[in-house]
Design a protein around this ligand. Sequence first.
Ligand SMILES: C[C@@]1(CC(=O)O)C2=NC(=C\c3[nH]c(c(CCC(=O)O)c3CC(=O)O)Cc3[nH]c(c(CC(=O)O)c3CCC(=O)O)/C=C3\N/C(=C\2)[C@@H](CCC(=O)O)[C@]3(C)CC(=O)O)/[C@H]1CCC(=O)O
Ligand SMILES: NC(=O)c1ccc[n+]([C@@H]2O[C@H](COP(=O)([O-])OP(=O)(O)OC[C@H]3O[C@@H](n4cnc5c(N)ncnc54)[C@H](O)[C@@H]3O)[C@@H](O)[C@H]2O)c1
Length: 196
Amino acid sequence: MTTGNSLFPVFIKLDQIHTLIVGGGSVGLEKLDALLRNDHEAQVTIVSKKINREIRQRQGLSRQIKLIERPFRKSDLKGKDLVILATDDQRLHSRIRSIARKKHLLINVADTPHLCDFYLGSTVKKGDLKIGISTNGKSPTFSKRLKEVLNETLPDETDLLLQNLKVIRDRLKGDFSFKVKALNGITKSLIDRNEV
Ligand SMILES: C[C@@]1(CC(=O)O)C2=NC(=C\c3[nH]c(c(CCC(=O)O)c3CC(=O)O)Cc3[nH]c(c(CC(=O)O)c3CCC(=O)O)/C=C3\N/C(=C\2)[C@@H](CCC(=O)O)[C@]3(C)CC(=O)O)/[C@H]1CCC(=O)O
Ligand SMILES: NC(=O)c1ccc[n+]([C@@H]2O[C@H](COP(=O)([O-])OP(=O)(O)OC[C@H]3O[C@@H](n4cnc5c(N)ncnc54)[C@H](O)[C@@H]3O)[C@@H](O)[C@H]2O)c1
């Protein structure tokens, strides 16, 4: 039996899939920024009755951002993989959610856990290392603060260590089980405090 947080984390290639955000106000902007912080090449379409000035400015950063200023239409879901709803119309959210589910699209309704197939999380990044944080919706503020703590405490050299391990990994000759043993041996001192 699963207790506590049963969400399964995945790390999505935002430049390879197409994300639709419906709603171009301040919440829409927050979600757009969350995507762009992780991948400035994220492929995103925003549909909104009105699109705010900051969102227009983001469009200057990437040709992958498409803005459509008009009310949502069912056809906006065509060709999309992920959907994030961020309008001020909860009835519209419920309607889009039921259409999206029939099309097997994954959907997030900002700040509305019971309508979400997935939640956004806080992310910590050190070069190629990424840590995703979820509190199972209990406290986004905790996620944000833990992100700040990890950003402060994880040294920038963490990425250097990762790059060095990649070099060693590429150099290792032998079968899969030999490589696993060798890499486990090399990294053992990282978890064995007495040896550091
Ligand atoms: C991580 C982050 C990612 C992002 O959104 O980019 C994120 N929320 C962030 C911030 C934040 N959101 C809110 C506050 C105000 C303080 C507060 O209310 O607590 C703050 C803090 C702040 O802004 O300082 C309001 C809020 N959020 C939700 C509700 C509804 C509810 O709880 O019922 C309400 C009440 C709305 C109302 O009262 O009307 C729900 C969700 N918010 C989630 C994600 C998902 C759970 C993630 C998790 O498990 O931690 C989930 C379930 C669904 C989702 O939206 O995906 C981002 C941190 C960015 C960073 O790292 O800097
Ligand atoms: N701003 C916040 O920090 C915050 C915090 C908690 C909850 N909320 C809630 O989240 C919701 C969104 O907040 P916001 O500040 O982004 O609001 P907002 O009014 O700035 O933005 C809502 C956007 O949705 C668009 N929209 C409305 N109907 C539409 C339709 N049929 N098709 C396409 N676009 C449509 C509007 O044009 C507008 O751009 C509100 O319900 C608000 O109460 C906001």
